[in-house]
Design a binder for this molecule. Structure first.
Ligand SMILES: O=P(O)(O)OC[C@H]1O[C@](O)(COP(=O)(O)O)[C@@H](O)[C@@H]1O
Ligand SMILES: [Mn+2]
Length: 664
């Protein structure tokens, strides 16, 4: 990892400001000592995960188990002294303390329960001590749950080996049990363990779509102690819908209806689909909607014929609105260079066919009651009304707006963090190995400059004044990020929704991937890309999501001679048949980089009852030469700067340039 050059000396005004916080030589000196101590500790553990796609149960399990790390800590302490079953029980207790407690207490007498509490608390405190040992006491204290902070601090720091302490320690535990706080206390300690095992979480895109409840994941992330997000194509899609882009509202609904995934919209965000249901029921009454049948899995298979027909009608109605609105975007933005995707005006209704890229295809459906053949991209007045109503509901949903604000504040298109470049999709490239230029906003840009520009315009879509040209372009651009030719989040030449719904010949469905996805196998290409982000050296990587790794077919997630790692392992159920696993977590601690692959998660109930876990294999693929210290990380650079500034302040106190204030 690279440390930046020494920072310039702070000016007098800055030193005076700093002196308010550290008003004496003593105060400044003890902060320097404190920071120096932190700089010498091992770097905190980072976890990277991507493509969560609404799979909240699997996601929460991965978080609870810290992708297998909690179990490793339990084994490290107890492999020699506890049976596998007891270690399974203890691990599950840490993952799901409330649920496990109610299960355990069901068939135990009070006496048995007290014994169980005593044993469990001892074990939990041991695990807690192990996972907090790499942090300063002050950091651990800050993370302690308020109600129990004093007691936990005491228990963690009393040395059990000394006899007098032993009694004191036992006494605390007995008192907790006596006063009936043991259950609460167990929950608090379990939470602390989970909090300390992962120092920082990176979400490399695609929280939304496909799976059932992205909103539950967003709530979880908002409460997380330290997280950043790189926007995926499905995230920008929802961001655009929340800003009021009618095209993206239509896309969200079309996708969600297709995947029969409406709980997130209706229950999660309180958005009613009633206007669409009424419209579809009425306008598509006598229309063949079989090309728009929705995917039925699990419980949904119980749907009756009537429900299914209504869903297909709604799916067709919203998808036709989508085709029209996408056409309007393409026409309004010639800079996007996507005129070849204007298809609605190319339909030959008499022969029920269409010519795309010089090839003629038969259409399985050409019955579009709302399409005016002379003005195919105009919405009918009823369509206009229905999409306006739906869009207003997206904009009014407080929960959705809260989640999207969070995506804007904690997220971005890419992130450079501790020597790694994190991004969801790609850095668009041409097949000759050069970076692809985009002529957007009147200027040609590529690579990092284009990503910076794209992020700024994506923000404009949400923050610019409603009704302004900037806002409109920002919203159009969010659509470009979702489905635009070779956009950095989408990474494909075209999105063939029209073909996938209306043409049976799958030859028309292809969505050629950007050249990045072949070029990234070359270490030199990865090095050049990393260099553009000021990253150089043996331990720098690009960390990607987006393209599920077909590990079942032998594909490795590690590309470019170890320079690039794709961590989309198919957490999303829809992709598991392709990947053969159920997701990856990349773990970067002070010693190594390793990839954990997960097995499919079969529900919380089984996890609690039968101690089922999903972390399967863990493969270390890069070891650090020495244990990385905080001083070598990005935070370390900031802390070192503070040390330098404080030293400067000390000098200023000594020369009288700034005066001490002993009254403060
Ligand atoms: O099966 P469907 O609903 O047609 O979805 C396929 C669509 O999803 C996409 O793959 C986008 O989603 P991903 O980014 O998750 O792959 C499109 O490229 C493609 O058109
Ligand atoms: Mn994606």
């Amino acid at each position: 990892m690279k440390r930046e050059a020494v920072s310039p000396a702070p000016d007098l005004r800055y030193l005076q400001m700093l002196s308010r916080q550290y008003p004496t030589v003593q105060a400044a000196s003890s902060e320097i000592i404190n920071l120096r101590a932190i700089l010498n500790l091992p770097k905190g553990t980072e976890h990277f995960i991507s493509d969560l796609h609404g799979e909240y149960e699997a996601f929460v399990h991965i978080m609870n188990s810290a992708s297998g790390v909690v179990r490793e800590k339990v084994d490290e302490l107890f492999a020699a002294s506890l049976s596998k079953y007891d270690r399974d029980e203890l691990s599950t207790l840490i993952y799901y303390p409330e649920e496990k407690l109610s299960l355990v207490s069901r068939d135990k007498t009070q006496e048995e329960m007290e014994e169980w509490y005593r044993i469990s608390l001892h074990r939990l405190i041991d695990v807690c001590r192990l996972v907090t040992s790499k942090y300063t006491r002050s950091k651990v204290r800050k993370a302690l749950p308020r109600e129990y902070s004093y007691i936990i601090d005491e228990l963690l720091n009393s040395n059990y080996e000394f006899h007098n302490k032993r009694e004191y320690y036992e006494n605390i535990i007995s008192t907790i049990i006596d006063i009936d706080r043991a259950g609460d206390f167990v929950v608090a300690v379990c939470q602390l363990i989970k909090r300390m095992v992962v120092d920082h979480l990176h979400i490399v895109g695609d929280v939304f779509d496909r799976g059932p409840r992205a909103d539950v994941i967003m709530d979880y992330l908002i409460d997380h102690h330290s997280v950043d997000i790189q926007w995926g194509n499905h995230d920008v899609l929802w961001m655009g819908a929340a800003t009021g882009s009618r095209t993206l509202v239509a896309t969200v609904l079309s996708n969600s209806i297709h995947y029969n995934n409406l709980e997130v919209i209706e229950t999660g965000y309180g958005i009613s689909l009633r206007p669409l249901a009424i419209f579809a029921h009425d306008v598509y009454k006598d229309t063949d909607c079989s090309c728009f049948n929705v995917k039925l899995t699990g419980d949904a298979a119980k749907y009756n014929e009537k429900d299914m027909m209504l869903s297909a009608k709604m799916h067709k109605a919203i998808t036709v609105i989508l085709f029209k609105l996408e056409g309007q975007k393409i026409l309004r933005n010639p800079e996007f260079g996507m005129e070849d995707r204007l298809l609605l005006d190319k339909i030959d209704y008499e022969r029920r066919c269409i010519s795309i890229g010089g090839v003629e295809y038969q259409l399985a459906d050409a019955d579009f009651p709302t399409v005016d053949r002379d003005h195919p991209y105009d919405l009918s007045p009823e369509e206009d009304e229905v999409i306006n109503q739906l869009t207003a509901s997206f904009q009014r949903s407080e929960k959705l707006q809260k989640h999207i604000r969070f995506l804007y504040s904690k997220g971005g298109l890419y992130k450079v963090y501790n020597g790694n470049l994190l991004l969801h999709g790609c850095i668009p490239m041409a097949s000759d190995g050069t970076q692809l230029s985009f002529s957007l906003g009147g200027k040609k840009r590529s690579g990092r400059a284009f990503l910076d520009y794209a992020e700024a315009v994506a923000r404009q879509g949400y923050y610019a004044k409603p009704g302004s040209d900037e806002r409109q372009f920002g919203m159009d651009f969010l659509w470009f990020l979702w489905a635009g030719r070779n956009s950095p989040t989408f990474g494909r030449d075209r999105m063939t929704t029209f073909e996938r719904r209306l043409i049976k010949d799958e030859g028309a469905w292809t969505e050629p991937k950007n050249a990045y996805y072949t070029l990234y196998n070359d270490p030199a290409v990865c090095d050049a890309l990393l260099k553009e982000f000021d990253l150089e050296g043996p331990h720098c990587h690009i960390i990607n999501g987006h393209m599920p790794v077909k590990s079942k077919k032998g594909e490795s997630p590690i590309k470019g001679g170890g320079r690039l790692i794709v961590i989309d392992g198919g957490l999303c159920k829809a992709y598991q048949p392709t990947t053969g696993i159920a997701g990856y977590t990349l773990i970067f601690n002070s010693e190594c980089l390793r990839l954990v692959s997960h097995k499919p998660f079969d529900g919380k109930e089984n996890a609690v009852r039968e101690n089922r876990d999903i972390a399967s294999s863990s493969e270390v693929f890069e070891r650090m030469d020495n244990k990385i210290k905080i001083s070598e990380t990005d935070i370390g650079t900031t802390l070192q700067r503070q040390v330098d500034d404080l030293k400067e302040l000390l000098r200023a106190y000594k020369t009288g340039l700034v005066k001490e204030d002993h009254r403060a």
